[in-house]
Design a protein around this ligand. Structure first.
Ligand SMILES: *Cc1c(COP(=O)(O)O)cnc(C)c1O
Length: 370
């Protein structure tokens, strides 16, 4: 029996994708081998990576002025690659000579990690933060001064459950966004961004591939001391084939994109996701036992934390423990909240069927009225 997996990542994949991958496991496309066994430079693999890229371009509306890169190292490596390539100085990581400024909005743990990593190679201005209220809202984004190499935001905050209500205007300063936990969950105007990046394991496919969408004009040679593997120009020149790319992951992403296209693309997906999220938020807003800590105008469609209203920490702990174990027994997995937020969290990415969210709400109603 398949369970409903509410994990923040890695997370569910569409059943039809898993079945297709299983059917092609030993003989993909009549090649007599699995995708895992193919040379990445072979005639068999080339159409696979090309299909994945062209579907991604089609579904996200990515223009020819952008490069699409399939890298490794997760979104976490992009926290370093971005400043290394766009803002670092000429005389080594320690030198200050030529280091550029970047602007960054602090919306939680992932944003903080991006800031800390960028601080090693660039001059970081944290231009606003929602730390004062435990990151339960998205702060205003002040206009940049104008000389920043880029302006960084975390589009969907996986841990605290916020999402930017709109794309901030940054003038001539390129906007860079971590979209790991929201890529293709609804339409997004790519042309407003200089750089977008996402680890695959939330909405795209298996862990191990990171998608980077970057304006070609921003791919300028990094200082000579920056390692070849950490340079956008390396991967761009070699079409993500400088070294062995995460071949199998790229293949499964292609299957997921095909599934998404058949479903109607990001427009249709966004409608489904809004309906799914509304089921849970509507319940939470009327529940006497749980609440959503996030301000209404910036609630995530993908990650939904919910906290017991019980004030006594001991009693609250008991409710949380009981909830997590009883929901798991009912086939609703990985609902424990992040330790820094507390309570519970349901991650309902693209592949979570509406039926799964309905099952969760039904379980919560029963739990509340027990
Ligand atoms: C999961 C996540 C990350 C970390 O991704 P890795 O691929 O594990 O490095 C970074 N940012 C956000 C918003 C995430 O959700």
């Amino acid at each position: 029996m398949r369970v409903y997996n509410f994990s923040p990542g890695p997370s569910m994949l569409p059943l039809s994708v898993l079945e297709k991958a299983a059917a092609e496991m030993c003989d993909a496309n009549g090649s007599g081998q699995s995708v895992m066994e193919m040379s990445h430079r072979s005639r068999d693999f080339k159409p696979i990576i090309e299909k994945t890229e062209s579907l991604l371009r089609e579904l996200m509306g990515i223009g020819d002025e952008y490069s699409v890169l399939f890298l490794q190292g997760g979104a976490s490596l992009q926290f370093a690659m971005l400043p290394l390539n766009l803002a670092s100085g000429g005389n080594g990581p320690e030198g200050t000579g030529g280091k550029k400024r970047i602007a960054l909005v602090d919306t939680g743990i992932w944003a903080k990690k991006a800031a800390d990593e960028a601080g090693k190679y660039a001059l970081v201005d944290v231009v606003s933060s929602s730390k004062d209220k435990n990151y339960t809202y998205i702060p205003a984004a002040p206009a940049p001064k104008g000389d920043e190499a880029y302006y960084h935001i975390t589009w969907n905050n996986t841990i605290v459950g916020t999402k930017w209500p709109s794309i901030p205007g940054t003038g001539s300063v390129p906007l860079a966004a971590d979209i790991s936990s929201a890529i293709l969950s609804e339409p997004l105007d790519v042309s407003r961004f200089g750089v977008l990046y996402a680890g695959a394991q939330k909405n795209l496919g298996p862990a191990g591939t990171t998608v980077v969408i970057i304006k070609k004009s921003l791919i300028t040679p990094a200082p000579a001391w920056v390692p070849a593997m950490l340079r956008y120009d390396t991967h761009d020149k070699e079409l993500s084939m400088y070294n062995t790319p995460p071949c199998y992951g790229i293949y499964v992403i292609g299957l997921v994109l095909e599934w998404l296209k058949n479903l109607g693309g990001p427009e249709a997906m966004g409608k489904i996701n809004r309906e799914k999220a509304a089921l849970l938020y509507d319940y939470l807003d009327s529940s006497k036992m749980f609440y959503s800590p996030v301000e209404k105008n910036c609630r995530s469609l993908m990650n939904i934390p919910f906290i017991p209203r019980e004030q006594d920490p001991e009693k609250r702990g008991i409710i949380e423990k009981r909830f997590v174990s009883e929901s798991a027994a009912a086939g609703l997995l990985n609902l424990a909240g992040h330790r820094l937020v507390g309570g519970m969290r349901a991650s309902i990415y693209n592949a979570m069927p509406a039926q799964g969210v309905k099952a969760l709400v039904a379980f919560m109603e029963k739990f509340e009225n027990f």
